[in-house]
Design a protein around this ligand. Structure first.
Ligand code: HEM
Length: 142
């Protein structure tokens, strides 16, 4: 591939990473504050609702620029990275369902199943994003 195009795609990849993962970190931080009782559920839901646009824009940018970087699909690490991207995307989609359930219960203290669901969602999100960052970094060292 043309070197200038590769450099441009890498810049878009990193800029999308900052946008998407930056917003995910803020969303998961609000979830953590809520789960540890330092932020009300209603405030957490309102704040994270504002983060959907940067998260999904960043993810679309990562996938589009990632394809332009020509991933080596023969590499196991790269396949694991793409698997992590798939899981974090599905995890992001099921957040909509969780939000709808939580919004209905926002006035009452959160029941255990919803706390566990919220905590598991945040753990899966963090594990997949950090895993993809780590593999992207390792691949760029070879
Ligand atoms: C959550 C999603 C993703 C994250 C966090 C992520 C993270 C990274 C990071 C940190 C790098 C290293 C950049 C550097 O060289 O400084 C990278 C490179 C790269 N990423 Fe991603 N990425 C993601 C999604 C994708 C996707 C979906 C694809 C493919 C469709 C992809 C393909 C690539 C390729 C080909 C490279 C270049 C590796 C090299 O230098 O040979 N990435 N990514």
């Amino acid at each position: 591939m043309d070197a200038a195009l590769h450099t441009a795609a890498l810049f878009v990849h990193l800029a999308s990473l900052v946008l998407g993962f930056g917003a995910v970190l803020v969303a998961d931080y609000f979830a953590l504050l809520c789960l540890t009782g330092r932020y009300t559920l209603r405030d957490a839901l309102n704040s994270t609702a504002r983060l959907h646009v940067p998260i999904w824009t960043g993810l679309v940018g990562l996938v589009a620029s990632g394809v332009m970087l020509h991933p080596d699909l023969g590499s196991t690490l790269t396949r694991i990275k793409l698997g992590l991207v798939l899981v974090l995307t599905l995890n992001g989609l099921q957040v909509g369902l969780l939000n709808r359930h939580m919004t209905r219960k926002a006035a009452t203290p959160l029941a255990y199943p919803f706390l566990a669901w919220g905590a598991a969602t945040a753990v899966v999100s963090q594990a997949c994003w950090w895993g993809a960052v780590l593999i992207g970094f390792l691949n760029s060292q070879r």
